[in-house]
Design a protein around this ligand. Structure first.
Ligand code: SF4
Length: 354
């Protein structure tokens, strides 16, 4: 039996081509596009403005795979972690984070790009739980549609923009899956479909320099974030093993070219690990690297993982490191903590089902 054609992830022109191959007029493609991207509908039978026989035909030959939410955990701060199941039964975790404590707040969605992650950062639960495969673009778009559907249902909210920000920062290294990530973004920003603002999308890389160089030429207005975490090769080789392939000098060259080409501000993410990367000397190295660039630094006090040896620094040490950077002339923020009580915070996502 032939596999069914996946319609999720097709742009409107490709969907129109497919629908006309089936002998239907082009406006049917627009109807289906709307059902999928505006109403998060995966069942052709629910697409009530399509002729009944056509709905039946589509059901036999095509599919819209919005991942199923198997479980969800809700944090004290309103962050939700969804365990989703893909068509091949692999599991991924996706997190939605409220933007404020208010009742009808909007959410940021943290998208996974791979099942597990091959980079193997030492402090990260995802990295230590192995790598299975990269996701298709429709599986990333599906995380958005599935999370939105679940949020609207659970919160009984009809806000079409309930998810207003996306960060490609969940499980996986987005630039190891470059084409699929970019293709998912192009669908999610399409004004005829989901219509997310490009400036509300961030791609976070652990330092894949070639991906940064490619992104610079995409003519996209998304934000680039780099998970730096260490400012000398000796330490970064240990914490983020991708550094052995793209050492700091090579990485910084790619970033500075990116800024020159796009004139866009980048964000450096810096996970703060007690006794590892927050000494005065680390602050001095960070200032030296970042100060010449159009960039912000986002400090993330480490969220401890039971099976890993790293510790979260004290509040005093976090503030002291922050102050050294500010005094050195950097734009710095300390990231508010979300979802650590349900292991949904940065570096805590894992493929094992809990
Ligand atoms: S921190 Fe990111 S890049 Fe590193 S292992 Fe975890 S998921 Fe992969």
């Amino acid at each position: 039996m032939n596999a069914k054609r996946q319609l999720l992830g097709l742009g409107l022109p490709e969907l129109q081509d497919y629908i006309s191959e089936l002998g239907q007029p082009a406006f049917r493609a627009r109807q289906i596009y709307k059902w999928i991207y505006e109403k998060q509908t995966a069942s052709f039978y629910e697409m009530s403005d399509l002729p009944r026989e056509f709905r039946q035909q589509l059901d036999e030959i095509a599919v819209v795979s919005i991942p199923r939410v198997l479980k969800q955990k809700v944090s004290n701060d309103g962050t939700r972690k969804f365990l989703m199941e893909l068509d091949d039964k692999k599991k991924i975790e996706t997190v939605v984070i409220p933007q404020s404590g208010e009742k009808n707040t909007r959410y940021s969605l943290c998208i996974s790009t791979q099942v597990g992650c091959p980079v193997g950062c030492q402090f990260c639960a995802t990295g230590s739980s192995g790598f299975q495969r990269s996701l298709e673009s429709h599986e990333m778009i599906g995380q958005y549609l599935g999370s939105k559907r679940e949020l609207m249902k659970r919160l009984k909210q009809n806000d079409e923009n309930i998810i207003s920000n996306l960060v490609y920062m969940g499980m996986g290294e987005p630039f190891f899956n470059y084409e699929q990530v970019i293709s998912s973004i192009r669908i999610l920003i399409d004004p005829q479909g989901v219509n997310l603002g490009q400036r509300h999308i961030t791609i976070s890389t652990s330092g894949e320099a070639v991906g940064i160089e490619r992104l610079a030429r995409e003519d996209l207005q998304v934000t680039l974030a780099i998970s730096l975490h260490a400012c000398n090769d000796e330490l970064r080789d240990r914490l983020v093993p991708l550094n052995r392939k793209y050492p700091i000098k090579r990485l910084m060259q790619a970033i500075s070219d990116y800024i020159e080409i796009t004139n866009r501000r980048v964000t450096f993410e810096y996970i703060m690990l007690d006794d590892i990367n927050i000494a005065k000397q680390d602050a001095q190295q960070l200032i030296k690297l970042v100060k010449p660039l159009l960039a912000n630094v986002n400090l993330i006090p480490y969220n401890e993982v039971e099976t890993l040896p790293f510790k979260r620094p004290s509040g005093y040490n976090v503030r002291q490191f922050y102050q050294w950077l500010v005094d050195g002339g950097l734009n710095v923020t300390i990231r508010e903590e979300h979802g650590s009580d349900i292991e949904a915070a940065c570096g805590q996502l894992c493929i094992k089902e809990r």
